[in-house]
Design a protein. Sequence first.
Length: 148
Amino acid sequence: MIWSKQYDLKNLNLISGDNMSSHLGIQFTAITDATLEATMPVNNKTRQPYGILHGGASVALAETMGSYASSLIVDGEKYMVVGMEINANHLKPVASGNVKAVCSPLHLGKSSHVWDIKLYDDNQQLICVSRLTVAIIEKRKFEPSGKT
């Protein structure tokens, strides 16, 4: 198991709080020894003007997955995780239903993690592939203005 401790889905969904993941309707649905899964609805909050899933919503889902996965590995008392680089290839449009994200590690180092995130539609067809690099940095407080 890659996680620092056992996590249950109810608590994992509770700690996501009131932020972008809750606004987009992201719900964690499964956690295995080495993967994290979640779903996101394809609705008015996540569609672009042409009526299909917005690429930015797909990327937000992918970054949420990798960032949460890294946070479940590091010592949260000492470290925080921040996205450093993300890319995505949008392979197929989705107009309704849900997308499922499956996040698995490619690299788990001391100062960075690299995640593979695949998104699927309700028919289990691959719709997006993404890779996220997460930096592991010492925890610090940020001022509301964004200044450190």
